[in-house]
Design a protein around this ligand. Structure first.
Ligand SMILES: C=C(OP(=O)(O)O)C(=O)O
Ligand SMILES: [Mg+2]
Length: 426
């Protein structure tokens, strides 16, 4: 049984912490009237969509590592007085108050980093106040059935996340045929270890990218995908049977307004589409994210025509977790799935709106981390509670990435009745 007598906050405080890139970001603590304390922190993207909600950072250069001391001050001067001394019945009320305090519609004044950290901390406080686990509180809000998501491990990094020649940003492995999340995490870790050995013998020295995936010195996607396929087999698994592949091209980052830069040459959208068709025919790629620039909507439409019946065409920069953009995208038939990143839109309530809209229009959803991350594990509970069946949180290595996968393992241990998602069709 759950109760909702309203939530009272005693304090709302913030501090500047570092994210996984060593850039400053914001961590917020809320203390409820019974003395319990909950935190939330803001991640940060490197390959961002033009319409993402804005971050609040200190003045100065354009360096993404600029501080957030003014956001810390804003929490003390404006957010804490706003949120304390009132009884809050829903998170919607709190998030609405933040939205109105900002007044710009895209958090240009108080910052989506401020909003998301406060909103996540308050979501945790609501779950506590109703004496239910966070994932269950989330599923109550959404009317969904909780399920363990299939983790999509980003094992090779390129694009804006690595200093190599790969245009595509992410090469992911998804253990769709795992028994449960622990089995899936183990499969991810074994593939990652096998891949390291394969890449070392091929390339000698080996870097890693922002999300903990390897960053081999190549610009050849086939070479990367062949090596991943070998690593899956080396780990004793079968590509296409128990492990599927996914790509995030993040094509905004190699588009000049007309052409796409691939292998040192400028190519048309049609050429790039032919490349995707070829890759999907030759590898068990089940999902392609941001295949084209967010403005190149005709090309999105074309890829839906060619591959949409068998491949998930997943919009990230094009939808930015915005319910209205997802709805428009469905109407235009330019995608069949939406990536969900709470800090792209600003609050947990708006994230829920995006999830509800995606469900309404028949889109699948994948919950996602950002390339600049903290140890916050909210997205793991969100993926379970929202029942999306899919999450990506980087490589199965590096603290800020494994924090999310380890949280899933913990939830599996605590709530063994939660099933492992089974959304694939064959
Ligand atoms: C996680 C991603 O990267 P970033 O956080 O840099 O936007 C992505 O593009 O899906
Ligand atoms: Mg993306």
């Amino acid at each position: 049984m759950t109760t909702n007598d309203g939530l009272r906050l005693r304090s709302v405080t913030a501090e500047q912490i570092l994210d996984s890139r060593g850039h400053p970001t914001l961590q917020v603590q809320v203390v409820t009237d019974d003395g319990a304390s909950f935190s939330g922190s803001a991640p940060a993207g490197a390959s961002t969509g033009d319409h993402e909600a804005r971050e609040l950072r200190d003045g100065g250069s354009d360096f993404g590592g600029r501080g957030v001391t003014n956001a810390v001050t804003l929490v003390a001067d404006q957010v804490e007085p706003l949120l304390t001394g009132t009884k809050w019945v829903t998170l919607d009320d709190i998030d609405g108050a933040l939205y109105r305090l900002d007044g710009t519609g895209r958090f240009a004044k108080i910052g989506a980093n401020t909003a998301v950290a406060v909103s996540i901390a308050c979501a945790r406080a609501f779950a506590h106040q109703q004496r239910i686990p966070l994932h269950e509180w989330i599923s109550d809000q959404l009317g969904t059935t909780p399920v363990m998501p299939v983790p999509h491990f980003n094992v090779v990094n390129g694009g804006a996340h690595a200093a190599n020649g790969l245009a595509f940003q992410e090469f992911l492995v998804a253990p769709t045929g795992a028994r449960d999340i622990s089995d899936a995490v183990q499969m991810g870790a074994e593939i990652y270890a096998a891949l390291e050995a394969e890449l070392r013998s091929r390339f000698g020295s080996l870097g890693v990218g922002d999300e903990g995936g390897f960053a081999p010195d190549t610009d050849d996607e086939n070479q990367v995908l062949d090596t991943i396929m070998r690593s899956i087999e080396r780990a004793g698994l079968t590509p296409g049977l128990n492990v599927r592949l996914a790509l995030d091209a993040a094509a905004n980052s190699f588009y000049d307004g007309k052409y796409y830069r691939l292998h040192g040459r400028w190519r048309s959208a049609d050429d790039l589409l032919a490349r995707y068709v070829d890759l999907a025919a030759n590898y068990p790629i089940w999902s392609i994210e941001d295949p084209f620039d967010e403005s190149d909507r005709n090309a999105w439409h074309d890829i839906m025509d060619r591959l949409g019946d068998r491949v998930q065409i997943l919009g990230d920069d094009i939808f930015v977790t915005d319910a209205a953009r997802i709805r428009a995208g469905a109407k235009e038939e330019i995608a069949n799935a939406a990536l969900i990143k709470p800090n792209q839109i600003g609050t947990v309530t708006q994230t829920f709106e995006a999830l509800r809209t995606a469900r309404e229009v028949g889109f699948r959803t994948m919950i996602s981390h950002r390339s600049g991350e903290t140890l916050d594990t909210f997205i793991a509970d969100l993926a379970v509670g929202a029942g999306t069946g899919q999450i990506k949180a980087g490589a199965p290595a590096r603290g800020e990435r494994v924090a999310k996968y380890n949280r899933l393992t913990r939830l599996h241990k605590l709530y063994p009745q939660l099933g492992y998602a089974q959304w694939w069709t064959d």
